[in-house]
Design a protein around this ligand. Structure first.
Ligand SMILES: Cc1cc2nc3c(=O)[nH]c(=O)nc-3n(C[C@H](O)[C@H](O)[C@H](O)COP(=O)(O)O)c2cc1C
Length: 319
């Protein structure tokens, strides 16, 4: 069965599977492995740190496969996008914020423009500003998302209907072939996977993160701003993040304003990290973390996902 969709045709990839541009974790080796495996690898450009880009982009850009790069819209300026475009990505993905200042630059460079949205207003705006692809992110997602977000299952088809004929990718809670198949059945042209790709040999994560993902359960994940406040992150509070459990969540849940007003508590966090009492980074993980049971190479994972997607679609059509 061919898994050909508008997305695979647009990017010249074999499978309707994309790597989420996970800030820090999705470096050149991971993006390149996903593209080599037949998906679309996207670098996690985050705030566009020039040193990070100079190190990671050539790894994927030199590999001769289609690739993209994602940024946090609220944390960048036009110079960041222009610098990234100089490397010749096939796609630029923007998430969390107003993408309109970047439309012209991306289009002029001939790259495709992928916009991640978290509600129908953002989806409407993405269509209006001329997105080539829209990623509908549900609240099951690992990492950051909108406080007033929506669940993937009902959100994706609503965005598909609103955005047509612009292709939509589903994101949030997809970690195996059954999830990718479900995305296609909902009318999406593919799926974006983040958490699952963190547990691969190429991800730029500490081995303890991969271990935590293998042991983690969806019911232990939680969306919160506590860890961003504790670690003094720049993330705006309207974007909580889904992570595995953490001692600071238990300590400060429901007292976010108090934590924000308490510099000593933030110093305690730094001290706890320094002496190894808490992990150096929160473990960002989505609800599908239960489905992660191995630590493969990302290229092999893409091939397995594709085979299992075909199996799931075939099974779904049988009585
Ligand atoms: C570790 C991690 C980091 C992420 N960083 C970013 C990011 O920098 N930019 C972005 O657009 N999305 C980021 N995301 C969200 C993804 O784009 C995507 O919506 C999400 O991973 C999909 O849900 P899943 O994790 O259940 O697959 C991140 C997700 C994770 C798990």
């Amino acid at each position: 069965m061919a898994l050909s969709t508008v997305f695979t045709e647009m990017f010249g990839v074999r499978y309707p599977i994309a790597l989420a541009p996970m800030g820090g974790a999705a470096g050149g080796a991971l993006a390149s492995a996903v593209s080599r495996g037949g998906g679309l690898g996207m670098l996690g450009g985050a705030y566009g740190d020039p040193e990070w880009l100079a190190r990671e982009v050539p790894i994927v850009a030199g590999a001769g496969e289609p690739w993209g790069i994602g940024f946090l819209t609220w944390g960048i300026d036009v110079a960041v996008v222009e610098r990234a475009l100089e490397y010749g990505p096939r796609a630029v993905m923007l998430s969390f914020g107003d993408p309109s200042p970047y439309a012209e630059r991306v289009r002029r460079a001939g790259a495709r423009w992928i916009l991640q949205v978290t509600d129908l207003e953002e989806a409407r705006r993405a269509v209006d500003v001329g997105a080539d692809v829209i990623v509908a992110q549900g609240t099951e997602s690992g990492g950051h998302g909108a406080r007033r977000g929506r669940s993937t299952l009902p959100f994706v088809p609503a965005v598909v209907d609103l955005a047509a004929p612009v292709p939509v990718l589903a994101a949030g809670g997809i970690a195996d072939g059954r999830g990718v198949a479900a995305a296609l059945v909902l009318g999406a042209a593919g799926a974006v996977l983040g958490t699952r790709f963190q547990a691969t040999t190429e991800a730029l994560v500490d081995p303890s993160v991969a271990e935590a993902l293998l042991a983690g359960r969806g019911q232990d994940t939680e969306r919160s701003t506590v860890l961003d406040i504790a670690r003094g992150s720049r993330w705006p509070s309207k974007y909580p993040a889904r992570t595995l459990g953490h001692p600071y969540l238990d300590r400060w849940r429901g007292r976010e304003a108090e934590l924000a007003a308490d510099p000593r508590a933030r110093q305690d966090y730094q001290d706890d990290v320094a002496r190894g009492a808490v992990p150096p980074q929160p473990v960002w993980a989505g609800e599908a973390v239960d489905l992660i049971t191995d630590l493969p190479s990302a290229a092999d994972l893409v091939a397995t996902l594709a085979t299992r997607t075909e199996d799931a679609l075939t099974r779904a059509g049988r009585r």
